[in-house]
Design a protein around this ligand. Structure first.
Ligand code: TTP
Ligand code: MG
Length: 376
């Protein structure tokens, strides 16, 4: 068997991306909470962790000012003090970090019904069914950053990309307070100047193997013929080659989203001004009827309902709610949309420019199966 026909197989799925994933990570989390609690710590190198009296222990995290001295998480305190003798040590308030983390995750959970908490200060949100494109995802991320800051005075960095690996790399690439969007066709160009070690799994050992072949940047690997990547670096090398060339290497549907990604939606742009919420509701109500009749024709049921609302200054909000079981009734869409609208009731109806309703997380109804009408 020749090398080429051993490996050259790219499935159609690998060449298409239909997910929009957002990754959020708080900046210098523990240190930022300490600075918020004691503003005198702002702007100076501080570390959280270790015992300030004995000067023993390891660094949990440090401020970005301390990072300039080469200090990082996991470093022994005495080493950190050698790098920066005027370093301020702060004892951790771990209970407080836990509370802050919970509150922030609660904020995030309102932006998408599909969320994966990855650590005390990081989480992934699947926005595929929540937004219609990357521009809208970016607006939503800005809103999320503002909300986190308004509530907790903490900054975070966000990456938006077609899969989880890339969304994390995007977020890490511009810290602190960054927002980086990588669309499917921009992946190879985005990764090219970055070190190959930013790819998860490329540790010390594999980076040595890569550098022996003059591969230090993602772009160096991308330029190699894929047969060579396989020959030199094996199966993992080929997977990494696919990633740096912009192929989809992650089956998001399997690992993260457990439902079929389909949706039915209706958006109404208002060219006339409506002076009352009743008039707005009439428009929404007719959208819901249209959506549910399409659902009935398709013999499908839904689990997630989203509302999109845009004001005349182009501020756009998207809110979603997932029911606990699949449903088919317009009544439930109305109940949820009414509930999601409550947040905007204090706004002037004449300022509304667009309202959209979407049902997603769809499933085919089995002919033998009874229609589900369970409440959420
Ligand atoms: P990270 O998100 O890795 O770090 P960070 O938020 O401090 O900084 P960055 O701006 O680079 O995201 O970890 C989140 C928190 O977890 C961190 O504030 C402290 C804690 N932590 C440890 O206690 N030990 C560790 O080794 C690491 C990496 C983190
Ligand atoms: Mg962090």
């Amino acid at each position: 068997m020749t090398l080429a026909n051993q490996i050259v197989y790219f499935s159609e799925k690998e060449q298409t991306f239909d997910s929009i994933i957002l990754y959020m990570d708080l900046d210098a989390f523990f240190a930022s909470v300490e600075i918020r609690e004691d503003p005198e710590l702002a702007g100076i190198p501080i570390v959280v962790g270790g015992n300030p009296k004995t000067k023993r222990g390891v660094v949990s995290t440090c401020s970005y000012e301390a990072r300039k001295f080469g200090i990082h998480s996991g470093m022994p305190i005495n080493q950190a003090l050698k790098l920066c003798p005027h370093l301020t040590m702060v004892r951790g308030s771990y209970k407080l970090y836990g509370e802050v983390s919970k509150r922030i995750m609660r904020i995030l959970g309102r932006y998408s019904p599909t969320m994966r908490v990855a650590g005390n200060d990081e989480a992934y949100l699947d926005l595929t069914d929540v937004v219609s494109d990357y521009e809208e995802a970016k607006r939503l991320a800005t809103e999320l950053k503002d909300e986190v800051y308004a509530n907790e005075e903490l900054t975070c960095s966000i990456g938006i990309a077609p899969n989880r690996i890339l969304s994390k790399i995007a977020s890490d690439s511009d810290k602190p307070d960054g927002l980086v969007v990588v669309k499917p066709l921009e992946i190879a160009e985005f990764l090219a100047p970055l070190k190959i070690t930013i790819i998860p799994g490329v540790g010390k050992k594999s980076s040595e193997v890569f550098s022996n072949e003059n591969v230090t940047l993602c772009g160096d690997l991308a330029k190699l013929p894929h047969q060579l990547a396989y020959q030199k670096f094996g199966k993992y090398g080929l997977k990494t080659w696919k990633l740096v060339n912009g192929y989809n290497t992650e089956n998001t549907e399997e690992k993260f989203v457990s439902h079929e990604r389909k949706s039915i939606s209706e958006e109404r742009t208002f060219f006339d001004r409506y002076n009352s919420w009743e008039e707005i509701w009439i428009r929404i109500d007719s959208s819901i009827d249209a959506i549910v009749s399409r659902l009935t024709i398709k013999k499908m049921s839904f689990k997630t309902i989203s509302l999109k609302i845009r004001f005349k200054n182009f501020e756009t909000y998207t809110r979603a709610h997932s029911l606990t079981s699949f449903n088919t009734s317009a009544k439930h869409v109305r109940i949820v949309v009414k509930k999601l609208l409550e947040e905007f009731e204090h706004k002037k109806p004449e300022d509304i420019r667009l309202v959209g309703v979407k049902i997603s997380n769809l499933r085919k109804i089995d002919d033998n199966q009874k229609t589900l009408t369970q409440f959420f």
